[in-house]
Design a protein around this ligand. Structure first.
Ligand SMILES: Nc1ncnc2c1ncn2[C@@H]1O[C@H](COP(=O)(O)O)[C@@H](OP(=O)(O)O)[C@H]1O
Ligand SMILES: [Mg+2]
Length: 380
C-alpha cells in the first residue's frame, strides 16, 4: 500500500483513530491508543513561532555576512554562528511553549566544537545573537540566556529519534551554501509521533511570496519571506514572514509531463527521467527545502533527488518538506513509490533517491525513473 500521509479522523470520545490515508487506495484505520484525538494545535503553534523567531536570527546574520567583504564570505564562521543560534532558539522556544511535554529533538548540530578551547568568542557571539533575538521578539520578558544555557539548548538536539514517542526534527539552516551566497535556505522543523510526521514548518526567509516559476523574473512582486506549515489532515498554508494572513496552497494540477518543470537540486542527480518525459519547461534551481515549499504552491512540478551511492539522507533534510508537500496534495516517495520512513532514527535509510510530484504525474515519473535506473545499471 502506498501510504503518503496520516490523517486524523474525528472519532468517538475516548478513542483515538488515525487514518492511514492512501492516495491510491481507500482508507484504512489504525487504532493507536485509547486516548483522545490528537490535534497537535499547541505543538503546531509552538513550531511556527520557533521557526519564525529563528528566521529573524538567520536574516540578521545573513545580512551582516553579505555586507562584509569577500574575504569574510569565504569564512564559515557566520554560518556556524547562525546554525547554532537557530538551533538554540528553536530548542528554547519549544521548551518554553510546551513545558509539560517530554522533550526530544533530532537536529543537525551539537555543541562539541563550541566546548573546545578557542571557541569562547564564537559561543559568546551566538549567545548575544540568541539573547538579542529573544529580546526583540518580546514574548519571554527579560530572560537572558548564559553561554551554558545556549550549549544546553543546542544539545537538546542530540536525540536519535525512532518509531516510539514524539520527536522534533530540526535542520536549523538547511541549504548552508545558499545561505552563504545570499540565496535560498530554510529553517525546517517537523514533529514525529510514533515514527510518522504529523506536522511540519518551513521558514524560507528569502523565498519570494510570488511564484518562482520561470516567469518569476517578470513578476512585479519581489517581496520575500515565506512560512509554510502543514498538519496532518489540515492542508498546507503559506504565510508571509511579516505576519500577514496565511493562504492555503496546492501543488500544481499539471498532467502533461512535457509542461512539468523540475526543481533541480544542486547535488549530483539523475537526469535521464527528464529526457524520457520529454520535459520542455525550464528547471527551477534553488537550494534547500525551500524546493518543497515552492513545489507545494505549484511553482514547479517535480523534484528528484538522487545523490551519489553511499550518501545517507538525514531525516531533518526531508521531514518538514515531506508533510508540506503531501498536505498540499502532492506525493513524496522513494524510487519504488514507497513513502519515506522517518521511524528509523536519524537516517532515512533509502536504497535510492527521492521523488516528489503531484498525483497525476507520479505514475509516469516512477516509470521514467525505473527505466532510467535500469538503463544506467545495464550500461555499467
Ligand atoms: N553529496 C550530497 N548528496 C546529497 N545531499 C547532500 C550532499 N551533501 C550535502 N547534502 C545535503 O543536502 C542539503 C542541501 O540540499 P540542496 O542541495 O537541496 O540545497 C544539505 O543540507 P545542509 O545545507 O543543511 O547541510 C546536506 O544535508
Ligand atoms: Mg540540511
Amino acid at each position: 500500500m502506498n501510504v503518503n500521509c496520516l490523517r486524523i479522523v474525528p472519532s468517538q470520545p475516548q478513542v483515538k483513530f488515525i487514518s492511514l490515508f492512501s492516495r491510491t487506495h481507500n482508507y484504512s484505520l489504525l487504532k493507536l491508543s485509547s486516548s483522545v484525538v490528537m490535534s497537535y494545535d499547541k505543538e503546531f503553534a509552538a513550531a511556527k513561532k520557533a521557526a519564525s523567531i529563528a528566521a529573524r536570527l538567520c536574516q540578521k546574520v545573513q545580512k551582516a555576512l553579505l555586507q562584509s567583504d569577500v574575504q569574510s564570505k569565504l569564512d564559515r564562521s557566520p554560518v556556524t554562528v547562525a546554525d547554532y543560534g537557530s538551533q538554540a532558539l528553536v530548542s528554547f522556544v519549544l521548551e518554553r511553549e510546551l513545558p509539560s511535554e517530554p522533550f526530544s529533538i533530532v537536529a543537525e548540530e551539537d555543541s562539541k566544537d563550541l566546548r573546545k578551547d578557542g571557541a569562547q568568542d564564537t559561543l559568546q557571539r551566538i549567545t548575544d545573537l540568541v539573547n538579542d533575538t529573544i529580546s526583540i521578539d518580546g514574548s519571554y520578558g527579560s530572560i537572558t540566556l548564559s553561554t551554558e544555557d545556549v550549549l544546553k539548548a543546542i544539545d537538546s538536539g542530540k536525540s536519535e529519534g525512532g518509531s516510539h514517542g514524539r520527536h522534533w526534527v530540526l535542520d536549523p539552516i538547511d541549504g548552508t551554501k545558499g545561505f552563504v551566497r545570499g540565496d535560498q535556505y530554510a529553517i525546517a522543523l517537523a514533529l514525529l509521533d510514533e515514527g510518522k510526521v504529523v506536522l511540519g514548518v518551513l521558514s524560507c526567509p528569502n523565498l519570494p511570496l510570488a511564484s518562482i516559476s520561470s516567469d518569476y523574473q517578470h513578476s512585479a512582486d519581489k517581496e520575500v519571506g515565506c512560512l509554510f506549515f502543514a498538519k496532518i489532515g489540515a492542508g498546507t498554508y503559506m504565510q508571509p514572514l511579516n505576519g500577514s494572513s496565511p493562504v492555503k496552497v496546492q501543488v500544481t494540477a499539471i498532467e502533461n509531463s512535457e509542461e512539468a518543470s523540475f526543481f533541480d537540486p544542486l547535488i549530483r542527480n539523475l537526469d535521464f527521467p527528464k529526457q524520457k518525459l520529454g520535459v520542455k519547461a525550464p528547471p527551477v534551481r534553488i537550494d534547500s527545502q525551500a524546493k518543497y515549499g515552492a513545489l507545494s504552491r505549484g511553482d514547479g512540478a517535480i523534484y528528484l533527488r538522487f545523490p551519489h551511492k553511499g550518501y545517507r539522507e538525514k531525516i531533518w533534510d526531508h521531514a518538514a518538506g515531506c508533510i508540506v508537500v503531501t498536505e498540499a496534495g502532492g506525493v513524496v516517495s522513494d524510487a519504488s513509490g514507497n513513502p519515506l520512513d522517518f521511524s528509523k532514527g536519524k537516517y532515512l535509510d533509502l536504497d535510492i533517491g527521492i521523488i516528489v510530484t503531484n498525483q497525476k504525474l507520479m505514475p509516469a515519473l516512477l516509470k521514467a525513473v525505473k527505466e532510467s535506473l535500469e538503463e544506467k545499471a545495464s550500461s555499467l
